[in-house]
Design a protein around this ligand. Structure first.
Ligand SMILES: *Cc1c(COP(=O)(O)O)cnc(C)c1O
Length: 761
């Protein structure tokens, strides 16, 4: 933008009321966001009021960045060497400036509006006519009250044709836009539902949209508005029939794209010379600047579809606004090493120093550029080359991935909480890498979600949790002899499950000089795994009481068959036995935390919660109890991607041992997951399946170490299609059943090599 206005001209164009200070410089460019200011010479800052911020609060910051001229509505602290123009309404002043600027040009100005497809039609018209005329167009979807003003200010001496997009969010706004744009030609993409756009009825919506076109010479549409649009001398309805010859060339299948293409082509055909070849290369539009994670912890902004100086500047501003102080890199590919072109590009880029910019016409050697932690802008004329570069820089995700929905974990924890008395605590079991999900991730997350305790199998796991900064009390169920020292050093609470082990622990603590080590006594009430027998209880309690090295913090037992209704009587006996132990202990000590129930126990035996429950599998949304199962949310998604698709002629075999012989022609897909990932070998030969496009695809032949083959005959599966192993169609319970095991084992045998991601919704 280069407005080249004297101060007096500018003052009158913005309807200035009063000046504080004085200015003798030329006004060239409008800025309004202090984060986007790069080089501040001849810039004027408009203190616009947005929904979330008031520009007046940023006047000082803009001053610090070198701006010396300001348009304001209310007085701010002024500086001696700056000039402040007071106006009634900053946005209206900017719009007035744009309006007068627009009036100084006699070129055709096209205004595009409609409920959807405005940006697409605008960009496609641009694509079809660039090279024939010099076009100035609204950047991306700059179509608001502010965006339209800024778009109009981009019109300059070189412009032969302007394409301005207009959008409104409330009734009555269009006439303000029409007054600014003063279009000579109109394009109406469509008129959607009144309700969706804040309008009372359809007629009101149509008339609002048409308000943009009051003075146009002609109006182009696809639909017939001849009844409402009578005042237009020239309503050009582009008939679908007349477009038939082009339909085949449009590189998009969906209806909306086809409509947008027909409107763009129809307009260009009538108004300019249509280059039919260009229809084939109508670009796919990413409506916002596309950003994605790059290699080396970089962030990539891919705006490589075109290169004009205005859009380059906008992209650089965008890069600056999201960079948050990170290093900025610009990679700009141009067609030739024409020095004049390069200089103009550099001129724009140099306003954004410090930036590591590379403008080049050949190949680029990425190894010489510091990409680490940077925000990289890709911009260029060479679409194919830039696309390849974008692919190269994109962070490659692993094909076979486990994704864990942490919001579902939080939800499941709250379901358990809702079943407890307010004073009952929850211990979350994170043993075995938190059931294979990830120890540190789950530990920190559960702490954040309000778990009271964590439980692990070995003290090493406890140490890992402490090193991750977790502060919750941690129960260690299998503290081995050499783990006691860690229990002391990392404040972990070991379980005591036998008299011998208690002796061992005490001697170790005496040796370490430690006292009051909190312990949890484990009682065997019928599981017959680790634990002291109830008969030993009084003897053990005496030892504990006599020794200052240990302090009884908790007493627990474990249910053997909580999820088997047929064993209800047995479980009730376990509970009764535990109660009698509690009674005995409470004679000596009233501070102890008693805990018995695991996930299923907690759900089936609400009267046995005591002071705390210990949940594990339930956190992952797995329960045998149908009523509960529907309340819980699944956490695990196991996905992969088809590596290859093959046709197997009848009579040929597939895989090791030739266990599969194709009876008829068969199509198979090869998926990179195998028994080394946790997809068990017993799922071979049709016993197991995955889902592609929601369809069940059974295994063909044997499961290999790193791969499986699945039957996709008749399903139109292609390379790159997503494969679901656990997810919406195949729940972990179903996969476990096919593996002849239980979800616990499926989870814990997921191999470490499978890439894991964690997300919150
Ligand atoms: C693993 C474990 C739990 C958790 O069991 P879930 O069935 O996963 O809820 C509870 N208590 C003890 C002693 C455990 O070993």
């Amino acid at each position: 933008m280069k407005l080249n206005l004297t101060f007096t001209e500018f003052f009158s164009r913005v309807n200035g009321l009063k000046v504080v200070g004085s200015s003798s410089s030329i006004v060239d460019e409008v800025v309004y966001d202090s984060r986007k200011i790069s080089s501040a010479t001849n810039q004027v800052f408009f203190a616009l009021k947005g929904d979330f911020r008031d520009g007046h609060e940023f006047v000082e910051k803009a001053y610090d960045q070198g701006v010396r001229l300001f348009v304001i509505e209310k007085l701010v602290e002024t500086k001696l060497d700056a000039c402040y123009i007071l106006v009634a309404d900053c946005l209206k002043s900017l719009q007035h400036l744009a309006k007068i600027h627009r009036q100084t040009f006699t070129i055709p100005v096209v205004a595009i509006t409609g409920s959807t497809g405005k940006t697409t039609v605008k960009e496609w018209i641009y694509h079809l006519v660039k090279g024939q005329v010099h076009v100035t167009r609204s950047p991306k979807s700059y179509n608001s009250q502010l965006g339209v003003a800024l778009s109009l200010l981009m019109i300059n001496e070189e412009t032969e044709f302007a394409l301005i997009e207009a959008g409104i969010s409330e009734p009555g706004e269009m006439s303000a836009l029409a007054e600014m744009i003063q279009p000579t030609i109109g394009i109406l993409t469509n008129v959607g539902s009144a309700h969706a756009e804040n309008f009372e009825n359809h007629a009101q919506l149509v008339s609002e949209k048409l308000a943009l076109f009051t003075n146009v010479k002609s109006l182009y549409t696809l639909d017939d508005y001849s009844e409402v649009a009578l005042p237009y001398k020239n309503l050009v309805v582009i008939a679908e029939k007349s477009m038939e010859k082009y339909i085949e060339l449009i590189p998009f299948q969906d209806k909306a794209s086809k409509r947008s293409a027909m409107l763009a082509i129809g307009f260009v055909e009538r108004y300019f010379r249509l280059d039919v070849e260009k229809i084939k290369s109508l670009p796919r539009l990413a409506l916002r600047l596309e950003t994605f994670e790059g290699i080396d912890n970089s962030l990539i902004i891919n705006d490589s579809y075109n290169l004009d100086l205005d859009s380059l500047k906008i992209a650089l501003e965008y890069q600056l606004s999201i960079s948050q102080g990170r290093k900025r890199v610009a990679l700009v590919g141009v067609h030739s090493d024409d020095q004049a072109v390069m200089n103009r590009v550099f001129e724009v880029i140099n306003q954004f120093q410090p930036i590591d910019a590379h403008v080049y016409s050949g190949e680029i050697n990425l190894s010489t550029i510091q990409l680490k932690d940077s925000v990289i802008l890709l911009k260029g004329q060479r679409v194919k080359h830039m696309e390849k570069l974008a692919q190269k820089l994109k962070l490659k995700h692993h094909k076979t991935q486990l994704a864990f929905n942490m919001s579902a974990v939080r939800h499941n924890l709250s379901v358990f909480k809702s079943k407890l008395m307010p004073s009952t605590k929850i211990l979350c079991m994170v043993k075995a890498q938190s059931y294979g999900v990830g120890l540190e991730k789950m530990g920190s997350f559960l702490e954040k979600c309000g778990a009271d305790y964590l439980g692990v199998a070995y003290s090493d796991e406890g140490v890992e949790l402490r090193k991750a900064g977790i502060k919750l009390p941690i129960l260690v169920m299998n503290p081995e002899e050499d783990g006691y020292e860690n229990c002391v050093a990392y404040n972990l609470e070991p379980a005591v499950y036998s008299q011998e082990q208690l002796e061992e622990l005490i001697s170790e603590l005496i040796y370490l000089g430690a006292e009051h080590m909190p312990i949890h006594l484990k009682i065997d009430t019928g599981m017959h795994r680790l634990g002291i027998q109830p008969e030993e209880l009084s003897e053990v309690l005496e030892v504990i009481q006599a020794q200052p090295e240990v302090q009884l913090k908790g007493v627990y037992s474990h249910l053997a068959a909580a999820d088997y209704p047929s064993n209800k009587l047995f479980t009730t006996q376990q509970i009764e036995l535990f109660k009698s132990c509690i009674h005995q202990i409470q004679l000596h000590n009233r501070e102890v935390i008693f805990h018995l129930c695991n996930s299923e126990g907690a759900l089936h035996f609400p009267s046995a919660h005591f002071d705390m429950i210990r949940v594990g599998i339930g956190l992952y949304g797995i329960s045998n109890e149908p009523d509960i199962s529907v309340q819980l949310k699944p956490v695990i998604e196991w996905k992969s991607v088809v590596s290859q698709v093959k046709e197997i002629p009848a009579g040929e075999s597939v895989g090791y041992g030739r266990s599969y012989l194709a009876e008829k022609n068969t199509v198979i897909a090869i998926v990179p997951v195998g028994y080394a990932d946790g997809f068990r070998r017993n799922l071979s030969i049709g016993k197991g399946a995955v889902y592609i496009k929601g369809k069940r695809c059974e295994t063909v032949g044997r499961v290999c170490m790193d791969m499986i083959m699945v039957n996709t005959t008749g399903l139109q599966v292609k390379e790159g299609d997503e494969v679901e192993i656990i997810g919406e169609h195949q729940k972990i319970e179903q996969l476990a059943q096919a593996m002849d095991t239980i979800p616990y084992e499926v989870l814990t045998s997921l191999s470490k090599r499978v890439y894991r991601t964690y997300f919150e919704e």
